[in-house]
Design a protein around this ligand. Structure first.
Ligand code: ATP
Length: 230
């Protein structure tokens, strides 16, 4: 379980998150955080991953303050964050990228890779191909697959539909739904309709503050979401 408790976060002297609190636990299926460009969604994930400090408040991962943990310790505890940039190793093969995802994992790498291949057969077919030569949708699947190689309890996905054609976006969301059968997904998206449709709990983040919290379907029906996002 990750608990975010009243955090303030800034870049230099510009504050971007304000008194923000929420939790995500293994009992959740999909938790979505939606909001416009620049609202602070990626920053929140970076803080949860131990990549950016808080000014005030705290974030705990399974009871431990992330301020005292290395990012790899947070991964080991079960929180994995697939960033918006995907950060694939373009010159390495698909298989090598997946192996890199398992660097913190002690279980059987082959078994986990087999599970990832079952979810994304295209990655098995293309396992010897250079990552950079894959299409945008395939690279997104590889980034998600690499995240799963660490065997997370909570998998955070930052804008998984970024830059993808609508048809491919639908495919990615189908996969996310499938993943959520086994792993809690924390979904950060500008693609409000899809992200709320999947979410059993959702937060609307605007200007660094949580404006509303509700079930995904209820938030989808709210006037504010309809007027501003749909
Ligand atoms: P997007 O979907 O565009 O990534 P977001 O909701 O994820 O938006 P963030 O990327 O977290 O938002 O950005 C929140 C605010 O912090 C924005 O005003 C942004 O300009 C600023 N910001 C983000 N990264 C940095 C940085 N490295 N240095 C300074 N300011 C930053």
């Amino acid at each position: 379980m990750i608990e975010v408790d009243e955090i303030d976060v800034s870049y230099g002297n510009i504050q971007v998150l304000w008194d923000l609190s929420f939790t995500v636990s293994e009992d959740d299926r999909v938790v979505s955080i939606v909001g416009p460009n620049g609202a602070g969604k990626s920053t929140l994930l970076r803080v949860m991953s131990g990549l950016h400090p808080v000014d005030d408040g705290r974030v705990t991962a399974w009871g431990d303050d992330v301020a005292g943990l290395e990012p790899s310790d947070i991964v080991k505890r079960g929180f994995v964050h697939v960033s918006e940039e995907r950060n694939l190793f373009g010159d390495m093969s698909v298989r090598e990228n997946l192996e890199m995802g398992a660097y913190t994992q002690r279980g059987s790498l082959d078994e986990t890779m087999q599970e990832v291949f079952e979810l994304f057969p295209i990655l098995e077919e293309r396992q010897d191909q250079r990552a950079a030569s894959m299409s945008g949708g395939q690279q997104q699947m590889l980034a998600i697959g690499r995240g799963l190689m660490a065997r997370p309890k909570i998998l955070a996905l930052d804008e998984p539909s970024e830059g993808l054609a609508p048809k491919i976006t639908n495919r990615v969301f189908e996969k996310i739904e499938e993943i959520s059968d086994n792993v809690t997904v924390l979904l950060v998206e500008q693609h409000v309709h899809k992200a709320l449709g999947l979410a059993d709990r959702a937060y609307l983040l605007e200007n660094g503050e949580i404006i509303t919290e509700d079930t995904g379907p209820s938030l989808l029906e709210s006037d504010h979401i309809k007027e501003a996002y749909l």
